[in-house]
Design a protein around this ligand. Structure first.
Ligand code: ATP
Ligand code: MG
Length: 183
């Protein structure tokens, strides 16, 4: 699964629409402290269905919406679009006739998050499963947060086990068992 574009609008420090073309072989995003490098990675996790505000370094999910500065008012919504190359036909059947997939997540103040896949409304779970079934997603061990290596080293055994289970790809089984038990 190749990510080809990341579009941000009102997400954290990216108040103006920003279009990042992800070319095959892109290896680095560089810039001074505080310019938004980590925010970009968080946008990627967020559009893939991350639902823990703490993973976005916030107290509530609405904290991802541009909060305003002395010069600019706060925004009412944030939107992130991730474009995927679907020429290998990795998408679920309902969307699998398109060469590209646009996954959109939008959060509006007081109205929560909404998702779309190629213009059709989708549930968070549809988006999470699309990425999980392609062995990636918001919790993919391929995305390493700043400070995560030292967290791993200093973690208590239980927390370290959770990280290893995520890496082994079995945390989805717990999720499915949990859902089965609720039924
Ligand atoms: P470093 O090199 O220090 O890791 P970085 O490039 O990773 O820096 P980020 O952590 O991505 O930088 O960006 C931090 C900036 O984003 C800060 O200036 C912070 O004020 C801004 N920011 C975060 N959330 C919001 C928000 N909701 N609204 C406006 N700005 C925000
Ligand atoms: Mg950073």
């Amino acid at each position: 699964m190749q990510f080809t574009r990341l579009r941000l609008n009102g997400f954290k420090s990216f108040v103006d629409p920003t279009d990042l073309v992800i070319q095959a072989g892109l290896t680095g995003v560089v810039g001074p402290n505080g310019c938004g490098k980590s925010n970009l990675l968080e946008a990627l996790r967020w559009v893939m269905g991350e639902n823990r505000p703490t993973a976005m370094r916030g107290a509530g999910m609405e904290d991802v919406i541009f909060a305003g500065t002395d010069q600019r008012p706060a925004r009412h919504f944030a939107e992130v679009t991730l474009q995927l190359d679907n020429r290998e036909r990795v998408a679920p059947a309902a969307f699998n006739d398109a060469d590209t997939l646009d996954i959109v997540r939008r959060i509006t103040r007081d109205a929560g998050s909404a998702y779309k896949i190629n213009g059709k409304e989708a549930r968070a779970r549809d988006v999470q499963m699309l990425f999980a079934d392609a062995s990636t997603g918001a919790h993919s061990p391929a995305l390493v947060r700043q400070g995560q290596i030292s967290e791993l080293i200093n973690a208590k055994p239980k927390a370290r086990r959770r990280i290893l289970e995520e890496a082994a790809g079995i945390s989805g089984l717990y999720q499915r068992r949990h859902e089965a038990e609720l039924r």
